[in-house]
Design a protein around this ligand. Structure first.
Ligand code: UD1
Length: 514
């Protein structure tokens, strides 16, 4: 392996590290092979000296602050719930109003003014798979992965807009990855022929990585020649947009509105026309979908106001006592649960990139970071030993001139995959159940009758608890129906044998038999 143009020499690397008080990174230099030392030099070359110094200082300050939880306590004391009149709501709005918002969204989509952006740079440590979360198959009858479900939703929304407006529109799909996820994600999309999307409309880019730092302010080495690096949080988006000229790409394509979402919610409504239409009609530059929080300790951030500015207080940063406060009717006071579905105008993102990015708060995540000891042996710590700094995607809300929150129904829009099976919540099982329950409800509402394997009717069940599997298995491809629309003409008074998989072929067969 030769030395590339931008790679530092040993002396340059040493000088750079020593200026930042990080000379120990080269402690095993004499033991490294030529290839190993090149790898290390490459990694050091990517670190900007001032940023490195600043980063290590910030970690030390943040670590000290995190030991005095009173700082967070003060923030809690200033939190106010979002006034109900500032929240648009699917539940509380008339059908006609939702129709108006949805029509506006489809109009914008038909004019190529809408894109989606997936945050997919996370490591998915809680789920514990060695590949990106979007490649996960939760065990649907079709075997589709999260990425495939999302790709098909994009195709369907484009089609709905085209049919309504006679257009041939495109919803570009921007995918933010990290060093951990870019390679496998790219390969997965190629191997699957981009799930029917045009590759030029799927734009993958990489967020930055930053070193994990010990409590002594020193960068942690995870191998003799490797710094422990982690992605800079999903708020790394704003730097990554600049690094990779994504805003320019959006401008070239005429994109004005962006729906940003996180990878693990199987019920995500990609480029949701109702949400987009609502935000556009309200003249918002920034918006967030919320659901009613299920219980005080639910691991979701809460949208609230602090000193008059909109903000999300993350579940890891709110005091338990604050999360438990209830209003007069017994409802949670801070109930606007963030589902990581955001709306931004391109203009707003440009402002953030140009003026505000450097002001974004650094959040401290105290973690167990594997490291090599003085003898070069790998140690897996049993106690937290290091800090990873992260920026959060929602920390730009405070810079918005017109922020809106939009409350949606949990059973229709939120079922995240966070944990491996065996955990009580947010697992492959719960994600699969949520999607199949939704499709079962749609099929019943469209007038379908389910039969079991012996052709005996399965009595319909119109209400189910979250922990209950639907009595019949029904999966509907997003290519056939996205919101539950258009199913009556296919399913009304039809006998559907469980497990029933409604894909495009089956839809054609059903049309023929009508
Ligand atoms: C900071 C943030 O948004 N927190 C939200 C996130 O929490 P949560 O803690 O669940 O967030 P995750 O760690 O799952 O990350 C959310 C998304 O950001 C992506 N990611 C993460 C780190 C990174 O460096 N780069 C990157 O792209 C992940 O791939 C994922 O798609 O989802 C919850 C809903 O499910 C919300 O209630 C939380 O308020």
């Amino acid at each position: 392996m030769g030395r590339s143009e931008s790679m530092l020499s040993f002396e340059e690397a040493k000088a750079r590290l020593e200026t930042a008080g990080q000379g120990h990174v080269l402690q095993f230099w004499a033991e490294l092979s030529a290839e190993e030392s090149n790898t290390l030099l490459e990694e050091i070359s990517k670190l900007q000296p001032e940023e490195l110094l600043e980063h290590c200082r910030a970690v030390a300050v943040a670590e000290a602050a995190s030991r005095h939880s009173s700082a967070d306590g003060r923030l809690d004391a200033r939190m106010k719930p979002v006034p109900p009149e500032f929240i648009g709501s699917v539940r509380k709005s008339e059908k006609e109003t939702l129709q108006i918002w949805g029509d506006e969204g489809l109009l914008q989509i038909s004019q190529d003014r809408v894109a989606v952006l997936l945050l997919a740079g996370g490591q998915g440590t809680r789920l514990g798979v060695p590949y990106p979360k979007g490649m996960y198959n939760v065990g649907l009858p079709s075997g589709k992965t999260l990425y495939q479900v999302q790709a098909e939703c994009i195709q369907k929304v484009q089609k709905l807009a085209n049919v309504k407006h006679g257009s041939r529109c495109t919803i570009p799909w921007y995918i933010m990855t990290s060093e951990f996820t870019l390679g496998p994600t790219e390969k997965f999309f190629k191997d699957n022929e981009y799930f029917g999307l045009c590759p030029s409309n799927v734009v993958m880019f990489e967020q930055r990585m930053i070193p994990a730092v010990g409590f002594d302010g020193k960068i942690i080495l995870e191998k003799k020649n490797k710094i422990a690096m982690a992605p800079d949080g999903n708020g790394g988006l704003y730097r990554a947009l600049v690094d990779n000229k994504i805003l320019e790409d959006m401008e070239r394509r005429g994109v004005e509105y962006l729906h940003v979402y996180c990878v693990d919610n199987i019920l995500v409504k990609m480029a949701d026309p109702v949400f987009i239409g609502f935000c556009v009609i309200k003249g918002a530059d920034c918006g967030a979908k919320v659901v009613d929080k299920a219980y005080p300790a639910e691991p979701v951030g809460v949208v609230c106001r602090v000193d008059g500015l909109y903000q999300v207080i993350e579940y890891s940063e709110i005091q338990p006592e604050t999360a438990e406060i209830r209003g007069p009717g017994g409802e949670l006071l801070f109930s606007a649960g963030n589902i990581c579905n955001h709306f931004f105008t391109r203009d707003f993102l440009k402002d953030v990139a140009e003026k505000f990015e450097s002001q974004l708060k650094q959040h401290v995540a105290i973690k167990k970071v594997p490291f090599v000891d003085g003898e070069g042996n790998l140690v897996k710590p049993t106690k937290p030993n290091g800090i990873k700094m992260e920026k959060f995607v929602f920390d730009v809300f405070q810079f918005s001139k017109k922020f809106v929150a939009f409350e949606v129904l949990r059973e229709e829009e939120f079922s995240p995959l966070k944990n491996a099976d065996g955990a009580p919540l947010d697992t492959p099982t719960t994600a699969r159940r949520s999607l199949l329950a939704q499709h079962y409800r749609w099929a019943l509402a469209a007038g379908g009758n389910f039969l079991d394997e012996q052709d005996k009717p399965i009595p319909p069940k119109h209400s189910m608890t979250q922990n209950e599997d639907p009595p019949a298995i029904c999966e509907i491809s997003p290519l056939v129906s996205y919101f539950g629309e258009g199913l009556e003409k296919l399913l009304k008074q039809k006998n559907l044998k469980s497990p029933f998989l409604l894909d495009e072929n089956e839809a054609e067969n059903l049309v023929k038999t009508t």
